[in-house]
Design a protein around this ligand. Structure first.
Ligand code: ATP
Ligand code: MG
Length: 564
């Protein structure tokens, strides 16, 4: 899937996806009284990425579609890797994507209840304290083909287990000295049923509960029960959790609590990028990028700074739909939606990235004038602006050749082009430096072609952009490109290091000349630089120097490369 223009379904009805089918059936059968409550459960151990955006759009989108609500729940069960910095960024990102949560909850809100349920399980003879080391437990679990071995501590009495578990909670034991395990079946065909660990001892300060707890619940013990406490009706997660589902149900059944149900969809993978939080953290820590919000990062704060819009991301998420099998989506598809959205909302401006001076020799010296330019041909309400024009202008170096080859319709000696919104000009001769490089072009203009209109019906094939030499302002432009050169970054072999595929050309900085009003813009403001691409003002801009980020080029230059 590397087409530049994917087929995008617009108005026509699409069929229901499998999650919508499930929800509609549940509503029809009156399950939960037709109520729909989903949750988005990030672990606050990193910044959200575009994969999370997919999950957010799905959870919030489904609830909204069926008149329901969505909770934001921080899965803060591992104090070692978690931090409030991440909590704050996650909230900002969800809001930016355009969603409002019904409640903000934390798994740590439920630590007391989870502890009580663990005691209940012990009393039912279904959990025990195990003194084996992590390694012994791992080895004892067996393999898919070999049943596990029962722990020598498996048959402790209920009283002993309750006592030990309480003492674990009270901080009497070192990290790793003991764990609480469910007592299920060491020969179960589903490895997750082989006496899963419910609690481990971690003597670490927690960003919310402080030093109150030193035992922390494992994912399997926490997740379903948190869903249940909140009365979540549809707990949607990614495919790798399907093997956990039977255990999710087992805990819900055994504890006889609200029967939340888990459903799995395929996680989003994108070409040319990595999405594991571990790798993203490593890129930040080792300064391969400037931070979590480096515009090359697939993080939500990164793509926001890059100039992507929430609308584009929501449209993208909708278009890729939900799959039951893992797949990789072409980065170009995301960019397609970014272009499509910016085309509607970004005002046009002219900017010259690689300037070549053109002197219009028959234009009166000292004269300047203002010409009217359309701000956005896709949005009449954006109006027009006046742009200054004078005897000396800059055009792109690429837009001039001394001798025009066939099908080169831009400026050349003897060849006429239209200056966008200005005049027809024709090059007459060039000035070269001692090395033979062209440093200036001389041209003449036709005063009757003002506004770029043909005075006598004669046609010019090319239209080029320009800026007035006297009025143009200098800005820095950061030309961002893919962070990795390799398409299938999720497919590396064990001895391949993802860092070896970092794109050395992923950032180039050039000084550009732009229309004067662009220096008055604010971080986040978005523009189409005509014929070049979409750009936005970066937050590093100062009063002295405005910096623009390239959000996306106008055309997809990677489609060809990817096709190879
Ligand atoms: P990582 O494994 O990189 O740490 P994670 O999946 O553990 O990421 P969480 O914070 O636990 O990150 O994820 C919160 C929610 O977002 C989960 O429901 C998870 O399934 C979903 N999610 C994470 N990555 C993706 C992805 N690439 N595509 C779709 N959903 C995702
Ligand atoms: Mg996780």
């Amino acid at each position: 899937m590397s087409d530049n223009k994917p087929e995008v379904s617009g108005a026509e009805e699409r069929t229901l996806n499998f999650l919508e089918e499930i929800i509609e059936e549940d509503i029809k059968s009156g399950k939960h009284g037709g109520r729909v409550l989903t949750r988005f459960p990030p672990e606050p151990n990193g910044y959200l990425h575009i994969g999370h955006a997919k999950s957010i759009c799905l959870n919030f989108g489904l609830a909204k579609k069926y008149g329901g609500q969505t909770n934001l729940r921080f899965d803060d069960t591992n104090p070692v890797k978690e931090d409030v910095e991440y909590v704050d960024s996650i909230k900002e990102d969800v809001k930016w994507l355009g969603f409002e949560w019904a409640n903000e909850f934390y798994a740590s809100d439920y630590f007391e209840q989870l502890y009580l349920w663990a005691c209940e399980l012990i009393k039912k003879g279904k959990a025990y304290v195990d003194d084996q080391t992590q390694e012994e437990i791992r080895l004892g679990r067996g393999t898919v083909t070999v049943p596990g071995k029962e722990s020598p501590y498996r048959n402790r009495s209920v009283e002993e287990n309750l006592d030990l578990f309480e003492r674990m909670k009270n901080g009497e034991f070192e990290n790793g000295a003991k764990v609480l395990r469910a007592k299920i079946d060491m020969a179960h065909t589903n490895m997750f049923f082989r006496d899963p660990i419910l609690y481990r001892i971690i003597h670490t300060h927690h960003h919310r509960t402080g030093d109150k707890w030193c035992i922390y619940p494992m994912y399997d013990w926490a997740h379903g029960q948190c869903d249940s406490i909140e009365n979540i009706t549809h707990s949607i997660c990614t495919l790798e959790f399907d093997v956990h589902r039977p255990l999710y149900d087992w805990f819900v059944d055994t504890l006889e609590i609200f029967p939340s149900k888990q459903y799995e969809f395929a996680r989003l993978n994108l070409t040319y990028t990595v999405m594991s939080k571990r790798k993203l953290l490593e890129l930040v820590k080792n300064n391969y990028v400037s931070g979590w919000d480096d515009p090359r990062m697939p993080t939500i704060c990164g793509i926001r700074r890059r100039g992507y819009t929430p609308e584009a991301i929501r449209n993208f998420a909708e278009r890729i739909g939900v799959a039951k099998r893992d797949n990789v989506i072409d980065f170009s598809l995301l960019e397609f939606f970014v272009r499509e959205d910016l085309n509607k909302r970004a005002e046009r401006r002219m900017a010259v990235l690689n300037p070549l001076k053109v002197v219009i020799t028959n234009y009166p010296e000292g004269q300047t004038e203002e010409l009217e330019a359309v701000n956005n041909p896709e949005a009449a309400e954006a109006g027009t602006r006046m742009i200054p024009f004078g005897r000396e202008i800059f055009i792109e170096r690429d837009d001039f050749m001394e001798v025009a080859p066939k099908k080169y319709f831009r400026l050349a000696i003897g060849q006429e082009v239209r200056l966008r919104y200005a005049y027809f000009i024709k090059a007459t001769d060039v000035v070269k430096d001692v090395d033979g490089n062209i440093i200036e072009v001389h041209a003449t203009y036709d005063p009757a072609s003002r506004g770029g209109n043909s005075p006598d019906g004669r046609k010019v094939q090319g239209t080029i952009h320009w800026v007035s030499a006297e009025h143009a302002k200098k800005v820095d432009v950061r030309l961002y490109d893919r962070l990795f050169t390799r398409q299938d970054m999720d497919n590396l072999t064990e001895d391949e290091d993802y860092k070896d595929f970092l794109n050395p050309e992923s950032l180039k900085v050039v000084e550009a000349l732009v229309e004067p009003d662009l220096t008055t813009k604010k971080p986040g403001d978005k523009f189409q630089f005509e014929r070049i691409g979409y750009f936005c003002v970066d937050s590093d801009s100062t009063d002295e120097k405005i910096i623009f980020n390239r959000t996306v080029t106008l055309k997809d230059s990677w489609a060809k490369i990817a096709g190879k």
